[in-house]
Write a protein that binds this ligand. Structure first.
Ligand code: AMP
Length: 191
């Protein structure tokens, strides 16, 4: 089963993806995690995307499609969870083509719905919690970058909701519920 977790920054995609990995043996493909890893290890690509990511803007389709293509090559028995990808219509088309090449398809697109005020609060809290735990907060988890990330989401990613509604099996789960309730909602959506 291949699924997309769709939603704005701070909707809980990463948290829920991890649960699906543990519970169903699926493989999480988070382009945000892959890009952060490239940034930390200082690869050419990492250096190229660092400032764009820190500002909260989207990196080019070409870069993220390349990252996903590489991971799809490895295959996954339990299927893939796409977390934070696709974020543009171009990426959505590319994903379709990449899956079709492998004789695969998308089985579900689960949208996590959370209001904007909660998103901003959650992200700013996430940064404060990281610092309190003695860890480094994400460079883009500050109020200024969050606003730009939300703007990018509305301009470039939110059209995917209509796209997948028309094309595939779009399910909506209320992301304001507790983590367990959201997980239960996702399980129901995938049943
Ligand atoms: P995330 O961890 O998903 O919030 O992603 C962090 C940042 O990585 C985003 O704000 C973008 O700069 C970049 N990024 C992650 N995934 C994508 C994507 N699919 N397309 C473009 N940029 C992305």
């Amino acid at each position: 089963m291949n699924i997309i977790l769709l939603g704005p920054p701070g909707a809980g995609k990463g948290t829920q993806a991890q649960r699906l990995v543990e519970e169903r043996g699926m493989v999480q493909l988070s382009t945000g995690d892959m890009l952060r890893a490239a940034k930390t290890s200082g690869t050419e690509m990492g250096k190229k995307v660092a400032a764009i990511m820190d500002a909260g803007q989207l990196v080019t389709d070409e870069i993220v499609i390349g990252l996903i293509a590489e991971q799809l090559e490895k295959g996954s028995e339990g299927g893939f969870i796409f977390d934070g990808f696709p974020r543009t219509l171009g990426q959505a088309d590319a994903l379709d083509a990449l899956l079709a090449e492998k004789g695969q398809k998308l089985d579900a697109v689960v949208q996590l719905e959370v209001d904007d005020e909660t998103l901003v609060k959650r992200i700013v809290n996430r940064a404060a919690e990281a610092v309190a735990a003695g860890k480094e907060a994400r460079a883009d988890d500050n109020e200024e970058s969050v606003k730009i990330r939300l703007m990018e989401y509305y301009k470039k990613t939110s059209p995917l909701i209509g796209y997948y509604y028309a094309k595939a099996d779009l399910k909506t789960v209320d992301g304001l519920q507790s983590m367990d309730e959201v997980a239960a909602g996702i399980a129901e959506a995938l049943a």
